[in-house]
Ligand binder design. Structure first.
Ligand code: AMP
Length: 280
């Protein structure tokens, strides 16, 4: 596995490998890798001769500086994991390498309501930051396929918009969420949960399951209220528990039989914000 810290070196490597029959899968990450990330890599490695993983804790997508500071950074163990998992090259640039002229700007497509609601409402500027950095990566790497996790559902729709606007030749593949045995979606942030917090964290998944199983049985507002109460009783601070159109993320008041829907939950335990979702 090759390790690159500079854009130029990575580009030279990609150019020298771009021979007939070669195809490139790309998996952007912020590191502290777990099996969820590796599931993306596995799909890429099965379909492409070259799989490129980036590890970059992107400052422009963090709304709160303390969240950026506390984000786990585990470069050595990440490299070991990637080496065993079919990664061709890992790109680990410094902030100055990605933003030599500073982090302001970027000319990414406007996201509108998709970028402002839910995660975007709680973390203003978050998706603009995500689009800014993925745009830079796609421009640099020019992959055939981009692999993202369903766990970050709103991010999947946002990146789909970026691809449609700028990189229509890049295929987007959304990989289902990998979970711990109690249902908790795997996340680098889980490392920051205390033992008692970790013991109740699987409740978010149970709430999503109840939203799914109560379709056609109860009104969504009742299920929503029950979920909120269950989470609050166990020490969560729920931010949102919503039902939305799976394609547009338009918020829905109740279940609709003729639409593909997604239930989304964000809730904090202490200072750790957890998100999860389930297709309904
Ligand atoms: P992150 O490092 O958190 O920015 O995640 C990098 C990529 O891995 C994103 O596309 C995430 O959606 C995806 N990912 C993170 N956690 C999981 C998971 N538990 N299952 C599947 N994909 C995931």
């Amino acid at each position: 596995m090759f390790i690159f810290k500079e854009k130029k070196a990575l580009r030279n490597f990609l150019d020298s490998n771009a021979v007939a029959g070669t195809s490139f899968g790309f998996i952007p990450t912020m590191g502290a890798l777990h099996e969820g990330h590796l599931a993306l890599l596995e799909q890429s490695a099965a379909r492409h001769t070259q799989s490129i993983v980036s590890i970059f804790v992107n400052p422009t997508q963090f709304t709160h500086p303390e969240d950026l500071e506390k984000y786990p950074r585990l470069a050595e163990s990440d490299i070991e994991l990637l080496e065993r998992s079919g990664c061709t090259a890992v790109f680990m640039p410094a902030v100055e390498e990605m933003y030599p002229e500073g982090t302001a700007g970027g000319s990414a497509p406007a996201l509108g309501r998709l970028g402002d609601q839910l995660e975007g409402a709680s973390r203003p500027g978050h998706f603009e930051g995500v689009v800014q950095v993925v745009d830079l990566f796609l421009d640099l790497i020019n992959p055939d396929e981009l692999f993202v996790g369903q766990k970050d559902y709103q991010q999947c729709l946002v990146l789909n918009k970026l691809l449609e606007a700028r990189y229509p030749h890049v295929q987007l593949t959304i990989v289902p969420t990998l979970r711990e045995p109690d249902g908790l979606a795997m996340s680098s942030r889980n490392l920051r949960l205390t033992e008692p917090q970790r013991a109740v964290a699987g409740l978010i998944y149970q709430c999503l399951v109840s939203v799914q199983t109560k379709k056609g049985v109860q009104a969504f507002t009742i299920v929503q209220k029950e979920c909120r109460e269950i989470l609050e009783r166990k020490g969560f601070r729920p931010d949102y528990i919503v039902l939305a159109d799976a394609h547009t993320l338009e918020l829905l008041d109740d279940y609709l039989s003729d639409r593909k829907m997604v239930a989304l939950i964000a809730a904090s335990l202490g200072d750790v914000r957890l998100i999860d979702n389930m297709l309904i």
